[in-house]
Design a protein around this ligand. Structure first.
Ligand code: NAI
Length: 326
């Protein structure tokens, strides 16, 4: 077996390399993303290992197929960037890591909310400059506030528990509500109407793309805080900007952004950023943007590496893989 890893960072290599050596799997690490120009790098490999912003669309899958690649192993939970139906038509397998640490993502969502609300990022910079003034740092108690959780899967449920620990009232919307879950399910419109904070934890699908748009903004409470650690395209970013400018939206915590692929995970500090929507969001004092890092804990990285290797070894032995996307 030979695997070509795309979009590989030092923290990936640290966790994957010893496990690959132990499993006697041959590998190549590429820091470039999988795409039209780089797909040729998969030559000689039977598996490609990809991450959230690799391009695994139908034309790329055709090229992978021509090169003899049989398996696409996503080292992530979301697989919205993979045309898995097309891969299946060509007899290729698509596997993923459905859960590596839902705690990592749920905790990051709360970290963003706490930071934005209590302005610890600003306080940190002030005190480093011996500026001990408090003006402009006022937050609000999370205790007693209503949080609306959209998507009550693995991550959403942990976020619900964290919020309950803060004494918040939790309401939730899920297209497929879970029987017996200790949460008050409401319609999406009711969540928009009633929540002081709305946190997105559902997958990106054709049906959820831009589910938060100008229409949704007209329904939310004045000053609502939006948290998105799921996928950027759940939110129409231009509508979000309008809501922020009109002060209908009180703040936004974004770990993901619809057009993140050209920016996130890269150091672009020396470049002029040509995405004016992203620049605008980052420039706002009541918006926090992190670079799709909610997954980034030691535990999550270790689980990602071991499950990915188990997935490809299972496929290599021609057994059914429980983590096959279908
Ligand atoms: P999950 O599959 O356990 O839960 C997703 C939930 O969303 C399910 O309960 C499902 O019924 C619900 N859902 C599906 N369609 C819906 C709709 N139209 N409206 C409302 N709810 C809907 O997934 P998990 O593990 O909780 O992950 C959630 C998302 O988090 C992933 O799809 C992924 O996009 C994102 N994620 C982000 C990471 C990051 O680093 N920022 C890391 C890992 C996941």
């Amino acid at each position: 077996m030979r695997i070509a890893f795309f979009d590989t960072k030092s923290y990936d290599i640290e966790v994957f390399e010893p496990r690959l050596k132990q499993a006697k799997i041959k590998y190549k690490f590429y820091d470039t993303r999988l795409g039209e120009d780089s797909v040729v790098l998969a030559k000689g490999c039977d598996t490609v290992c990809v991450f959230v912003n690799d391009n695994v669309s139908a034309p790329i899958i055709d090229k992978l197929n021509e090169l003899g690649v049989k398996n696409i192993a996503c080292r992530c939970a979301g697989f919205n960037n993979v045309d898995y139906n097309h891969a299946h038509e060509l007899g290729m397998h698509v596997v993923r890591v459905p859960a590596y640490s839902p705690y990592a993502v749920a905790e990051h969502a709360m970290a963003l909310l706490l930071t934005l609300n209590r302005k610890t990022h600003k306080a940190y910079l002030r005190t480093r400059d011996f500026n001990f003034a408090l003006k402009g740092l006022t937050g609000f108690d999370l205790h007693g506030k209503t949080v609306g959780v959209i998507g009550t899967g693995k991550i959403g449920r942990i976020f619900i528990d964290i919020c309950k620990g803060f004494g918040m009232n939790v309401i939730a919307y899920d297209k497929f509500p879970i029987d017996g879950l200790d949460v008050t399910y409401k319609s999406l419109d009711e969540v928009y109407n009633e929540a002081d904070i709305i946190s997105f934890h559902c997958p990106l699908t054709k049906g959820t793309r831009h589910m938060f748009n100008l229409g949704s903004i007209s329904k939310v409470k004045q000053g609502v805080v939006i948290v998105n650690t799921s996928r950027g395209a759940l939110i129409d970013a231009n509508a979000l900007i309008q809501g922020l400018l009109e002060k209908k939206i009180g703040g936004a915590c974004l770990d993901v952004y619809e057009e993140e692929a050209g920016y996130f995970y890269e150091d672009r500090s020396e470049d002029i950023i040509d995405d004016s929507t992203l620049s605008r969001l980052i420039s706002m004092p009541n918006v926090i943007v992190t670079s799709h890092q909610a997954f980034l804990t030691k535990e999550a990285l270790e689980n990602i590496a071991s499950t990915t290797i188990e997935n490809v070894l299972t496929l290599d032995s021609n057994n059914d893989c429980i983590n096959e996307v279908n």
